[in-house]
Ligand binder design. Structure first.
Ligand SMILES: Nc1nc2c(ncn2[C@@H]2O[C@H](COP(=O)(O)OP(=O)(O)OP(=O)(O)O)[C@@H](O)[C@H]2O)c(=O)[nH]1
Ligand SMILES: [Mg+2]
Length: 311
């Protein structure tokens, strides 16, 4: 059945729907898993920890049900206002969920912070079913890691998957649909996320900066789309990449502008199919010292509490 033919139908009485909070340490594969379930990229994912900074919906729809996945920032010890914000929204997602998916990276042994996550889940969502997703089974594994992880918390079920390779994803998805309560189709079938195109464009640019830089820079980068104009034949997008220090600005611009050019090309190649038009992309780099402690600026670039989120 095609999506169009589902769209024209009313959902049936036994249609299931609900919200799932996807949580876990930074870099375990939360965003990759949601992209794999939905079958298209709705969240940026990179090898650097703390890529996701705010809660965002990934919407999975099939004939029998709809799941609203909340992708959350990885649970970690906050070091600034941005970190505090990330932890507040991740915990809020736990409180609001019908089911919690806790993703674990079984290519590594559990960390101390996994005990903290178990405690947080028990505190915030004592009665919510927990599904453990043991991810990255394509990597070299130590068998002990499975039992170490499954003993962290009481859980309804555990699934072994490779989000990156797609292994185990459809079984997991069907199990999650079956756990949803009966309910309506909240979003149209063709809507896969709650992000505006402007924010998604900013995220794609941020992803390209993260992929091309090292050390502190990925954490110190914020992107704001300052102008977005749909013209007759193309879309003109102006964006500012913020970093915290002059030295970081130099690295993002690169020798004779070579790095910013590369970031711009990679971002544009991904944005054009998203907006389905030719794109002109203008990137500037600015320094804003300690922006990660500046809550007014953080709100401006989209890091605001979900319940007050109006865009
Ligand atoms: N080998 C392997 N790599 C994976 C798998 N799933 C995710 N990854 C990689 O793990 C890294 C982190 O993935 P993300 O999806 O960004 O992880 P995340 O949990 O959303 O991370 P944060 O947003 O930083 O909390 C990326 O480089 C992914 O490609 C997997 O099944 N196998
Ligand atoms: Mg993520």
């Amino acid at each position: 059945m095609t999506l169009d033919s589902i769209f024209n139908d009313e959902w049936s009485d036994d249609h299931r729907s609900g919200g799932i909070a996807v949580v876990g340490r930074p870099n375990v594969g939360k965003s990759t898993l949601i992209n794999a379930i939905i079958g298209q990229k709705v969240a940026i994912a990179t090898p650097k920890p703390q890529t996701t900074r705010r809660n965002q919906l990934g919407i999975y729809t099939e004939e029998s049900g709809q799941i609203l996945f909340t992708d959350t920032p990885g649970l970690h010890k906050p070091r600034n206002a941005l970190g505090d914000y990330m932890m507040t929204v991740a915990s809020q997602a736990l409180e609001d969920a019908d089911v919690i998916v806790w993703i674990l990276d079984v290519s590594e042994a559990p960390h101390k912070s996994d005990n903290y996550i178990a405690t947080t889940i028990q505190e915030k969502a004592k009665d919510t079913p927990v599904i453990l997703v043991l991810n990255k089974i394509d990597l070299v594994l130590k068998k002990d890691n499975f039992s170490a992880y499954t003993s962290l918390i009481d859980h309804t079920a555990a699934y072994r998957v490779s989000a990156a390779k797609g292994d185990g994803i459809s079984d997991l998805t069907q199990a999650l649909i079956a756990l949803m309560p009966q309910g309506p189709r909240y979003y149209p079938v063709d809507q896969v996320s709650d992000l505006t195109m402007r924010f998604m464009v900013a995220e794609v640019i941020r992803e390209k900066v993260i992929l091309n830089t090292e050390h502190e820079i990925p954490h110190a980068v914020a992107v704001e789309v300052t102008d977005y104009k749909d013209k007759e034949t193309r879309t003109d997008i102006y964006a500012v990449i913020y970093v915290e220090r002059n030295s970081q600005k130099g690295i993002v611009i690169g020798k004779s502008g070579s790095m910013i050019k590369k970031i711009g090309i990679e971002a544009r190649q991904e944005i054009e199919p998203m907006v389905e038009r030719q794109v002109f992309l203008d990137l500037r780099v600015k320094v804003l010292k300690n922006w990660r402690s500046n809550e007014t600026f953080m709100r401006r670039v989209g890091y605001r509490m979900p319940k007050n989120d109006v865009d």
